[in-house]
Write a protein that binds this ligand. Structure first.
Ligand code: IPM
Ligand code: MG
Length: 358
């Protein structure tokens, strides 16, 4: 039996709630899939770890994670700790340390979900946002001088390398090629940013010949927001920089019905390091502890993890259970207009996985 080793890092806030039930759903899947084996280790890293030890994760955290096949991550962020500390101390440290350069964020208007776009149906909104995940505006390059003085300066340098642009764009081209529409939109801002963004565009143009079966176009990031809202059906796969795709993927998730639905894969496509799977949403301070967080984003992220682990059948069963839960519409969390709790949704998905209620 193939057994995959998974490191679960629930992290903070609702991350803990949605990963706990995500693991329940994975157990239900293991119970019904002969041949699927998962070994899960849970790591209590995050803001409490920081309060107790002054670090979000132990110094050898990456070494501890390295032997795993995948990381299942909740979220980080706490009201009393600066966001840059929580993020750079854990999530970004993992993305960069494990060279997870491809951040993949599907957004679909799933049957049964009413999104905010009046005229859009499921076939109009079926996107994958591919986000460059290791450099660009999040490279961490820059610094501060004259700290605390009136003339203080902060410089945040965006870093674009030819190799970094090419690898994420190649990844996006391959993904676009594997989908029915075979369309790839490059998001840019090369009209205003003349250096890195122009290199970004040039690398893209240089690759188009290699992927002549993929239809391409280019959109400025500001115009992209309006296109997503007004002409959603013209988009398929989208490739964008770290910051642009951060923003656009939140928009994509909201347009698909709720931020509580959107999944993420942070991939090291060459598999030199474990990849990490997490919901798009953050730690949700406002609803933490209330038991109403939508667990679907975390379940969908688990399905992406199974796919990555070479378990497409299990991934499909989980996706089917998610889709049937949403389509039935009677067990939905408040973000989708329902009254169900995290546990209710989990119970429904587990029942469907077990073949009851079929
Ligand atoms: C995301 C989040 C993070 C990001 C934040 C929490 C730093 O918004 O995963 O999109 O911007 O990468
Ligand atoms: Mg974001």
């Amino acid at each position: 039996m193939a057994s995959h080793r998974i490191a679960a890092i629930p992290g903070d806030g609702i991350g803990q709630e949605v990963i706990a039930v995500g693991l329940e759903v994975l157990s239900a899947l293991v119970a019904r899939e002969p041949g699927l084996g998962l070994e899960v280790d849970i790591f209590d890293w995050g803001s409490d770890h920081y309060r107790n030890h002054g670090r979000m994760m132990p110094e050898d955290g990456l070494d501890q994670l390295r032997p795993f096949d995948a990381i299942y991550f909740g979220s980080v962020g706490a009201p009393d700790i600066p966001d840059d500390v929580t993020l750079w101390g854990l999530r970004l440290a993992i993305c960069q340390g494990f060279d997870q350069y491809a951040n993949v964020r599907p957004a679909r208007l799933l049957p049964g979900v009413r999104g905010p776009l009046r005229d859009a149906g499921p076939s109009d909104l079926d996107w994958i946002v591919v986000r460059e995940n290791t450099e660009g505006e999040y490279a961490g390059a820059g610094g501060r001088v004259h700290r605390g003085f009136p003339e203080e300066v902060g410089i945040e340098a965006a870093v674009f390398t030819r190799a970094g642009c090419a690898r994420i764009m190649r990844f996006a081209f391959h993904l676009a090629r594997s989908r029915p529409k075979k369309r790839l939109t490059l998001v840019t801002k090369s009209n205003a940013q003349r250096h890195g963004m122009v290199l970004w565009d040039e690398v893209f143009s240089g690759l188009e010949g290699e992927f002549s079966d993929v239809a391409t176009d280019k959109e400025l990031v500001d115009a992209m927001t309006t296109r997503m809202v007004l002409k959603p059906g013209t988009l398929d796969v989208v490739v964008a920089t770290n910051l642009h795709a951060d923003i656009l993927s939140d928009l994509a998730s909201a347009l698909s019905g709720s931020l509580g639905l959107g999944p993420t894969a942070n991939l090291n496509p060459e598999r030199r390091f474990p990849s990490m799977f997490e919901p798009i949403h953050g730690s949700g301070f406002d609803i933490t502890g209330k038991g109403v967080a939508n667990p679907i984003a975390s379940f969908w992220s688990a399905a992406m993890m199974l796919d990555h682990l070479g378990e497409p059948k299990a991934a499909k069963h989980l996706m089917d259970a998610i889709e049937r839960t949403l389509a039935a519409g009677d067990v939905l969390t408040p973000d989708l207009g329902g009254r169900a709790t995290t546990k209710d949704v989990t119970a429904r998905v587990c029942e469907l996985l077990a073949g009851r209620n079929a």
